[in-house]
Ligand binder design. Structure first.
Ligand SMILES: Cc1cc2nc3c(=O)[nH]c(=O)nc-3n(C[C@H](O)[C@H](O)[C@H](O)COP(=O)(O)O)c2cc1C
Length: 215
């Protein structure tokens, strides 16, 4: 079986990324791009991002998670701390995040360090989730091997009974990570493969060095 994809070819023409039009702080450019992507037609889940970790088996692994908050400090997502990614981060906190936003022909790649956020912040976010999502976090021993789909459904039913009419507290193995960026690279597709790439790198004095990269 095979399929040749050589004819998939697109000219990127929607925007440009020029040095005279960007902020000194990459989080401000992130915010500008995020708003533009949110507003662009056809965008779904603009907050879906890939998190790449270096696994205990020595392989990098990517998976999609949802960005739930960003500030000047970094990017926050929520997960199970005992999942494969959680175990990888405990061993090596260097991670890479990436966004691909086809509606604006953009990509952002962030290298940084992941840290658990304060427990009260994870509590606050957990509290804001719908009941089904709260129970889902408790039901799923994320990334462990399970015998069947039914195993999860039976467990969920039992928990629904157990927690009926009661508050569901955040389990301590579930919470947020903040990824504090060390470099952020912005890619804007341009015609003739002459794409714009601007990389911000954090300096020792906490200023950001800005460089253009060849496409
Ligand atoms: C659109 C999308 C959003 C997701 N959001 C999350 C999320 O916010 N947190 C999470 O733990 N997993 C999320 N997942 C599932 C992860 O991709 C992954 O399967 C899970 O976190 C287990 O990864 P791990 O075994 O590598 O730790 C999402 C998947 C998709 C496709």
């Amino acid at each position: 079986m095979q399929k040749d994809l050589g004819n998939y070819r697109k000219s990127y023409e929607k925007s440009a990324l020029m040095e005279d039009n960007i902020s000194d702080n990459p989080m401000e450019l992130f915010q500008k791009w995020f708003y533009e992507v949110e507003a662009s037609e056809g965008t779904e889940e603009p907050n879906a991002m890939t998190v790449s970790t270096l696994g205990l088996d020595g392989f990098p692994k990517n998976r999609v998670v949802l960005l739930k908050k960003y500030t000047y400090e970094g990017f926050i997502f929520y997960t199970n701390y005992e999942s494969e990614k959680g175990k990888s981060i405990a061993e090596n906190s260097n991670v890479c995040l990436s966004f691909f936003w086809p509606t604006m022909e953009r990509q952002i790649i962030i290298k940084g360090n992941a840290e658990k956020i304060a427990e009260n912040l994870s509590d606050g976010y957990f509290e804001s989730r719908p009941e089904g999502s709260k129970l889902g976090a408790i039901v799923s021993n994320q990334s462990s091997v399970i015998p069947s789909r039914e195993f999860l459904e039976v467990k969920l039913k039992a928990l629904e009974k157990e927690y009926s009419g009661k508050d569901i507290e955040r389990p301590d193995y579930w919470g947020g990570y903040i990824v504090k960026p060390l470099s952020i690279e912005f890619w804007q597709g341009r015609p003739n493969r002459l794409h714009d790439r601007i990389r911000y790198t954090l300096q020792e004095d906490f200023n950001w060095k800005i460089e253009r990269l060849a496409p």
